[in-house]
Design a protein around this ligand. Structure first.
Ligand code: NDP
Ligand code: A1CAB
Length: 264
């Protein structure tokens, strides 16, 4: 697979790492304007780092766009004359609709919108996908690419905004929960490194329990909460302080912000 990542920033480089980690490409082009800081990626023999988006497009089949929303249209205009039938266009851009992409490069292009997260760098991204009508013929290919680097789900485009909050921003939300747990553990006497180790692996265990058992979280909570014990005491205090409520409100605020970005 010949892959280009147009916009090798935070997300683009995470995808590049995930692809390298899984030997997912025969050749990979990484583009950005200031390439000095990513030149080191050329140590992987099959990687070319360049400012030249047109070259990357001509030399690749799968094009993953990971630039800021305000840059996307200009870049599509720049490369559109080099797009051919061989290309699969995968956009990670928040709030940029399939219709808008089609209006720039045409309805016949195979266009996929994807919403991965930065855990793609370690092969653990939850990635949501949707496509335009033509792109439906390439959605299985896109799923195969992202399934090598985590788990994917095809969703209607109308849910992409919600998926952005839950899956992409979600990484930051979970990080803060892990960080807060770490701070609690430090207060209880663990040193900082140990505290983070305890928090990370407990979080990993909780998610794995649900993934592997298919159980509802409350079923697992019931197994932990001894009557009159310390777990229910802590959990109820967290809820009195608004734990679930603040998470839900944060998720909704994040969702509403994307609507503003789209309008802007
Ligand atoms: N970060 C995340 O976790 C997620 C981000 N997204 C979406 O992915 C997109 C990228 O986000 P993120 O990685 O955080 O943003 P970054 O700003 O980190 O990365 C964007 C990159 O695009 C490059 N760029 C800008 N102009 C051009 C150009 N003309 N040609 C080639 N490259 C260019 C920039 O580098 P330079 O200035 O050197 O050109 C920069 O490295 C956004 O649309 C975001 O909504 C989606 C899911 C998760
Ligand atoms: O914060 C943002 O707007 C982008 C989209 C999801 C993750 N980062």
């Amino acid at each position: 697979m010949k892959i280009a990542i147009i916009g090798a920033g935070n997300l683009g480089l995470s995808i590049a790492k995930g692809i390298l980690h899984t030997n997912g490409a025969t050749t990979m082009y990484l583009t950005k304007r200031h390439i000095e800081i990513i030149k080191e990626y050329e140590k992987y023999g099959n990687v070319t780092v360049t400012q030249d988006n047109k070259l990357a497009v001509k030399e690749s089949d799968v094009l993953i766009f990971a630039v800021q929303p305000g840059h996307f249209e200009g870049i599509l205009q720049e490369v559109k004359e080099f797009l051919t039938e061989k290309h699969v266009i995968i956009s990670t851009i928040t709030g940029f609709s399939l219709e808008k992409i089609e209006s720039i490069i045409g309805k016949d292009a195979y266009i996929i919108r994807s919403m991965p997260n930065t855990a793609i760098s370690v092969g653990k991204s939850m990635t949501c996908l949707c496509s335009n009508e033509a792109g439906a013929k390439r959605i299985e290919l896109a799923k195969a690419i992202f399934n090598r680097m985590g788990h994917s789900m095809e969703i209607p485009e109308s849910q992409m905004q919600a998926a952005t909050v839950i899956c992409a921003s979600g990484i930051a939300f979970w990080m803060r929960l892990i960080r807060a747990t770490t701070q609690g553990a430090i207060q209880l006497g663990f040193d900082a490194k140990e505290a983070q180790e305890l928090a990370m692996h407990t979080c990993n265990g909780a998610a794995s329990l649900l993934i592997e058992s298919g159980n509802h979280p409350e079923e697992e909570i019931d197994r932990v909460t001894t009557p009159m014990g310390c777990t229910i005491e802590g959990l109820n205090e967290m809820e009195h302080q608004g734990l679930s409520s603040s998470l839900i409100r944060g998720i909704v605020a994040s969702f509403e912000k994307i609507s503003q970005i789209r309008k802007g």
